[in-house]
Design a protein around this ligand. Sequence first.
Ligand SMILES: NC(=O)c1ccc[n+]([C@@H]2O[C@H](COP(=O)([O-])OP(=O)(O)OC[C@H]3O[C@@H](n4cnc5c(N)ncnc54)[C@H](OP(=O)(O)O)[C@@H]3O)[C@@H](O)[C@H]2O)c1
Length: 433
Amino acid sequence: MNGQRVNIGIIGLGTVGVGVARILLQQGDLLKTRSTLTFHLKTIAELDWNKDRNLDLSNVKCTDNAYDVLDDPEINIVVETIGGYEPAFSFIKRALENRKHVVTANKALIATRGRELFQIARENGVDILFEASVGGGIPIIKGLREGLIANKIESIYGILNGTCNYILTKMHKDSVEFEDALKGAQENGFAEADPSLDINGTDTAHKLTILGSLASNSIVSFDKIYVEGITGISKLDINFAKTFGYTIKLLAIYRVFNGGVDIRVHPTLVSDSHLLSAVSNEMNAIFVTGDFVGNTVFYGPGAGERPTASAIVGDIVDLSRDLLLKEGQKYCNRTINPTADVKIIPIEEVTNRFYLRFFTLDKPGVLAKISGILADYKISISSMVQLETHERDNYVPIVLLTHEASEKYMEQALQKIMQFEFVKENFLRLRIF
Ligand SMILES: NC(=O)c1ccc[n+]([C@@H]2O[C@H](COP(=O)([O-])OP(=O)(O)OC[C@H]3O[C@@H](n4cnc5c(N)ncnc54)[C@H](OP(=O)(O)O)[C@@H]3O)[C@@H](O)[C@H]2O)c1
C-alpha cells in the first residue's frame, strides 16, 4: 500500500461496477473521515466503453484488458463485477495469487466454487469478501460473521430474491396470475428478460448456500440443497392461502437439525402474523435466530446499482484496514473454512406442515378417499376447503392444510392419491412456516 492510500481496480463496469465507481469517486471525503484512508480508483477494465455511464473517469485508467488490473503491483484490492463463472473465476484466482484482496458480488461463483477460491485466498494470505452477493445492500454477511459471532446460528429464514418477491406480492395484492405479474416485473425493471434463474429458485439457492456456509462455518454443497421455484403458484393458491391467514413467499431455509442442517428453498405459506409476510415487492429480509441473541431481522433492498455498490464499498473499507497492518498481524481468511463440510439432512428426513391443493371431480366420497390415504400415512388434516363452483371442467379445487407430517410419507401418500381417477394431475404441495 502506498502510505494511507488504497488503490482499487474494478473489472466490469455494468450495473454494479458503475455504482462502485460512483461511490469511490463521490464519497471519497466521507470514506476518509470514517476510515482515515484515501481510496483511489486507479483502473477500470470493461469491454464496452461506448455506453454513457454519467461518470467522470478523467483520473481513472480505462482499459479493456482485465490483466491491467490483475497484474498491476500497485493495485491493492480488485473488485470483480462481471458476473458468471468464466472468466470471473480465473480473474479472481489470478488476483488472489498476485496477493490482492478481492471483493465480489458474484453469488453464483461463490456458491459453486467458493471452496477453491477460499483455499487460494488462504494460501496467499489474502481475503475474498462477498457482502453484496446476498441481500444486496443488507449487511447480512457482516452481521453473521461479526455482529453475531458469539452465537450458534440455529436458523435462517430468508426472502432473498427481489424478482420472486415482487411477483408474489403482485399476485397477492392485485390478484393477478403468475404470467401477468412476471410481465409487470419485467416492465418495471425487477425481472431480467430471461428470469429463469430467479423464478426456478436457483438464485435464492446460491444465496442460501453462502448464508448456510457462514452460519455453519463450513462448506454447504450447493447441489445438495432441495430447490423448488414459484412457477407452479396460481392466483387460486394465493387466494386460498389468504383465506387461511397466510402469504406465499419464496423462502430460503437453514435450520440446525438432527446433527446436520435442514437446508432448502421453496415457496412457503408464511403466517400473516410473522414479520416476513409483510416483506413486499422487491425487498429482501433475513430472519436469523442465534442461541444467545434470539430472533433478529435484517431488511432492505436486495439488488440494484446503489445498494449493491454500498455493500461492495463496505467490503473494500473492511479489507483496507488489513492493509495497514504488518505481515503476521493481518486478520485474513474471515470467510468460510474451505476444509470443513456440513452434513445436509435430506428433505425426506424432515417434517413439515403442508398445504395441498387438488382438482377433483365433484362427486361424493372424494374427500373421504383422500383423507383416508393421508391417515394411512399418519398425516392429519388441520383445515380444509372445497369449492362448490365448477372452476375447471367438472373439476373443483380442494385444499387441505395438514399438521406436522413426514416429507417421506407425504410423498408416498401423494403418489397414491394421484392414482385416483377423480384427481387431476396438476396438484400443488407447499410447505407452511
Ligand atoms: N445487478 C444487481 O442488482 C446485482 C445485485 C447483487 C449482485 N449482483 C452480481 O453482480 C455481478 C455483476 O452484475 P451486474 O448486474 O452489474 O452485471 P452487468 O450489468 O451485466 O455488468 C457486467 C459488466 O462486465 C462487463 N464484462 C464482461 N466480461 C468482461 C471482461 N472480460 N472484462 C471486462 N469487463 C467485462 C460487461 O461488459 P459487456 O456488457 O460489454 O459484456 C458488463 O459491462 C453479478 O455477479 C451479479 O450476480 C448484481
